[in-house]
Design a protein around this ligand. Structure first.
Ligand SMILES: [Mg+2]
Length: 318
């Protein structure tokens, strides 16, 4: 990255630095010419065949791909169709680069899923303008994606995110035959809190608890989502029962330590939570839905036992 060529329009500043642009072209000279034109927009990487380009997209998830059409083996249109047809790679924007300057080729590029089209010989201002536009489009799409996964009230992940990622994690752990942990967390006597302190204060309470739970996470891959109302879900990769025995009470402690006064709780003077936990090793529980059901039963038990506590689901019921 060269600081002296970072100066530009505000839009240029927006897409600089952190974007990753992949050039897929069989001709090293074309790669060099293209990368010289766009290197101030971000990190430029390259691949010299369609197959290598697909592999690199899987690995690096580039923001934008500049894709040559004329390549031996897989041509650019085929590469484009494959990348756009795979959920793992389709979020990268693609600009097709070709020496064929005809409407038919432009239509073929768009039909293959490309966002735009650049013709050779390269025209520097046109290349830069098109690349800049697509990087901005990608930034906006990423932002929308982030908002779609976020709970509006608490700012943590929402139920939609939980539903898709919990299942994904469950499948991954099944494949790897490793243990996945799950905690369902419910704010004790939250209805009484809302009724006595008002909804605004109730919302503030949920925000605090959400942040407290998020701060309680320690390991990569762990995440907390708002499961609904005053209920939260925590996904704990590579976690077994032994670790749940430590994690459950600790989670309760973290919420107690927030010291949010709750004059109408029978469980404590402060806002507290009940936690139901379960861990699952491949084959022990036959679906992620059952895992959720068991955590829910354990949560029910924690409430029945007097709240402000954690209960781990017993494996004999699986
Ligand atoms: Mg070529």
């Amino acid at each position: 990255m060269q600081a002296d060529i970072l100066i530009g329009s505000p839009a240029e500043a927006l897409v600089s630095n952190d974007s990753v642009i992949l050039i897929i072209d069989d001709n090293p000279r074309s790669i060099k010419a293209l990368s010289l034109l766009i290197r101030d927009f971000g990190q430029v990487i390259f691949a010299t065949s369609g197959e290598a380009g697909i592999a690199m997209t899987m690995k690096t998830k580039p923001d934008l791909i500049l894709l040559d059409v004329e390549m031996p083996g897989m041509n650019g249109y085929e590469v484009c169709r494959q990348l756009k047809g795979d959920v793992a790679t389709r979020s990268s924007g693609i600009i097709i680069v070709t020496s064929h300057d005809s409407v038919e080729h432009e239509v073929a590029a768009l039909e293959a899923g490309a966002a735009d089209f650049i013709t050779k010989p390269l025209n520097a201002p046109v290349v830069r303008a098109r690349v800049k536009t697509q990087l901005l489009v990608k930034k906006q799409a990423d932002e929308l994606h982030r908002q779609a996964e976020q709970d509006g009230l608490t700012g943590i992940y929402n139920r939609r995110y939980f539903d898709s990622y919990f299942e994904q994690e469950w499948r991954r752990h099944q494949r790897q035959r490793s243990s996945l942990g799950l905690a369902l967390v419910d704010v004790d006597h939250f209805k009484a809190y809302n009724d006595s302190y008002g909804h605004q204060q109730g919302d503030e309470c949920l925000r605090c608890v959400a942040l407290g739970l998020k701060a309680a996470l320690r390991r990569p891959g762990e995440f907390v989502a708002r499961y609904g109302g005053e209920e939260f879900a925590v996904v704990l990769p590579y976690t077994d029962d032994e670790e749940l025995h430590r994690f459950g009470p600790w989670l309760c402690e973290q919420v107690r330590a927030l010291k949010i006064p709750h004059g109408w709780s029978e469980a404590s003077d402060f806002v507290s939570v009940s936690v139901g936990l379960v861990s699952c090793v491949a084959g022990k529980i036959c679906s992620h839905t059952q895992m959720l059901g068991q955590a829910d039963e354990a949560l029910y038990q924690a409430k029945a036992n007097g709240r402000d506590r954690a209960v781990i689901a017993t494996k004999s019921s699986s």
